[in-house]
Design a protein around this ligand. Structure first.
Ligand SMILES: *Cc1c(COP(=O)(O)O)cnc(C)c1O
Length: 404
């Protein structure tokens, strides 16, 4: 029965990445340095932005973005109930209030009417999530923050210059996606990417943030603020201190430590070269799945349309008509057939941490419905065509089996 063993999301690392990491290690510079700076410049080019900052995770990128915007105690930030904890936990980290919005009916995307209603004079940012690599409806979100401009009360210079709620996207899944012809990164005000080992593009651990130019704000100033926050508030990084006689530095604030190392960046520099091909392969696999599942009683994410191109990160499927227990039985059976699957996501109000913060899944009935019969199929660039055929065949068989 089990003729193959298919893992869910193994990293796609070639000899080329290994060689570049070895070269970084031999170079004498292993922490943040020339390779990190080079990767930042390539990411900014890729995203059509002026600058990029590489950090140790998307979580750090999201959190530091809230800090750059001066968001903290007394403020509110809105995100989706249907996401990974990092989209919301960072709001708590900075001392602001987490506001979770349910998904729209039969959708994995935030209910935009509910989003609009959740906005008040304390709201400082919205963190939309490009689930599975599919961009949110950014035009709609922009129209909402524009319509709520009068309520907005800025509390730092950048917020003042923006004059409205900031859109600080969690694009952990969406590096390489595009919305209405523009790369994700050039769409929201600030956009955070994850390069964690299971993501499309990896540096083992890692992340980056990019932002759109803000009228009246110097990009170098924003860049410098991220540098300070990510390196102890220290006025000079290790590379700057190597200049002759330049030992002295100042500590500008008692801040954080979440920089990217050149060893991580070495992996990223090679992934960058390979990434267009990797995105293409993901698209091929998605087309194969879509074609094979036509006419079945399922709901999937729409990865590609005239308006958007996904990064093809996750293949979410709803097994329509099934409940939580049957879905779990489906996952077990798939595992018995050698296919690892997953669930994205158990809505945040169902987790202990969010229950303890007072959230209740009863207030997110749509998110619960999306979750109860959701299963995510393997989608990665280590899959052969034969693997994909095997997954399809077993998917159909096990679904029939569980439904019966
Ligand atoms: C992976 C992930 C993150 C966190 O990324 P890290 O780089 O591990 O911090 C945030 N949001 C979503 C939706 C994710 O899937």
């Amino acid at each position: 029965m089990k003729s193959r063993q298919i893992s869910f999301s193994p990293p796609d690392i070639t000899e080329e990445e290994i060689k570049e990491v070895a070269e970084a290690m031999r170079s004498g510079w292993i922490t943040t340095g020339p390779r990190t700076k080079k990767l930042e410049s390539q990411i900014a080019d890729f995203c059509h932005t002026s600058k990029a900052v590489c950090l140790n995770s998307a979580t750090a990128a999201l959190e530091l973005t809230l800090r750059v915007l001066g968001i903290g105690e007394g403020d509110e930030v809105i995100t989706s109930a249907y996401t990974y904890t990092a989209s919301a936990s960072v709001i708590d980290h900075v001392g602001a209030k987490i506001v979770l919005v349910d998904t729209a009916k039969d959708s994995w995307e935030m209910d935009y009417d509910a989003l609009e209603k959740a906005i008040n004079e304390k709201t400082k940012a919205i963190i939309p999530v490009d689930l599975g690599g599919v961009p949110c409806d950014y035009d709609k979100i922009k129209a909402i923050v524009e319509a709520k401009k009068d309520l907005f009360q800025p509390n730092n210079k950048i917020q003042q210059a923006m004059g409205r709620i900031a859109i600080t996207a969690d694009a952990a899944h969406a590096f390489g996606a595009s919305y209405k012809g523009q790369p994700i990164g050039a769409v929201a005000d600030f956009t955070s990417f994850s390069f964690h080992a299971v993501k499309n593009f990896t540096t083992a651990e890692g992340g980056a943030v990019v932002w759109k130019d803000i009228n009246g704000i110097d990009n170098e100033e924003i860049y410098h603020q991220y540098q300070l926050f990510s390196l102890h508030g220290q006025s000079k990084d290790a590379l700057a201190k190597t200049k002759l006689g330049a030992w002295e530095y100042d500590i500008k604030g008692p801040w954080y430590k979440c920089n990217m190392t050149d060893i991580m960046a070495a992996i990223g520099l090679v992934q960058m070269k390979r990434y267009p091909e990797m995105l293409k392969r993901r698209k091929e696999i998605i087309s194969k799945y879509n074609e094979a599942f036509k006419g079945m009683s399922i709901q999937t994410l729409m990865h590609y349309s005239e308006d958007h191109q996904s990064s093809g990160h996750l293949y979410l499927v709803r097994l329509l008509g099934l409940g939580e227990e049957e879905r779990n039985a489906f996952i077990t059976k798939m595992a018995e057939h050698g296919v690892a699957t997953n669930v994205h996501y158990k809505p945040l109000p169902m987790h202990t941490a969010y229950k303890n913060l007072g959230f209740d899944i009863k207030n997110c009935p749509n998110a619960y419905k999306q979750y109860q019969n959701e299963v995510t199929l393997p989608l990665h660039t280590k899959l052969t065509d034969e693997d994909v055929d095997y997954i399809i065949e077993n998917f159909k068989e096990v679904y029939q089996d569980v439904k019966a």
